[in-house]
Ligand binder design. Structure first.
Ligand code: HEC
Length: 145
């Protein structure tokens, strides 16, 4: 009993915190964002390395997590950037623009809803893929700083 009860409490708390965290993600918005990524952004951005002709999205997400702690601020910065990219707004290391050039304006403008959804998706992929520190070597790279 002495050991079982605390383990049971820890077990319940872990489950509870996991479901609270999962509930925090707006899955509908996330899925909408993924569709926009597949339709529009994946022309240049692979999800993972090797890069196509732009930095891979999980890396972009990692850099945004190094710069921002607040999801709302990060998402609104991404939304602003993709609608009108400028060098000054960039949160990637300078080598990104040096290597690939500044992201060009999107060929077809997205609706406000699509912009919000895809920006949300960019932020959340890091949370999903890098939830466990040892999951991907790629994620550890961003945690070192
Ligand atoms: C025509 C190619 C192209 C397309 C299409 C494209 N991007 Fe990019 N994107 C780039 C390049 C090149 C960079 C790296 C240089 C830079 O940061 O501007 C970049 C950088 C970014 C960054 C990092 C900005 C920063 O802080 O520097 C984000 C975020 C981003 N893209 C999101 C998107 C999203 C979301 C879409 C789809 C809606 C998209 N991109 C479509 C080429 C593209």
């Amino acid at each position: 009993m002495k050991i079982i009860l605390p383990s049971l409490i820890i077990f319940l708390l872990l489950n509870l915190s996991q479901s609270v965290l999962a509930a925090e993600r707006d899955q509908t918005l996330f899925n909408q964002g993924k569709t926009v990524y597949e339709k529009v952004c994946s022309a240049c951005h692979n999800y993972l390395p090797p890069p196509k002709n732009a930095p891979p999205m999980l890396g972009v997400s990692g850099h945004y997590h190094q710069t921002f702690t607040d999801r709302e601020q990060a998402v609104s910065h991404i939304a602003n950037f993709i609608q009108q990219p400028t060098k000054e707004k960039s949160k990637l290391p300078p080598m990104a623009i040096n290597t690939w050039g500044l992201m060009p304006p999107l060929a077809l403008p997205l609706s406000a809803e699509e912009v919000q959804a895809v920006s949300y998706w960019v932020w959340e992929i890091y949370n999903i893929e890098c939830a466990e520190p040892t999951k991907l070597f790629f994620c550890q790279h961003f945690q070192r700083k």
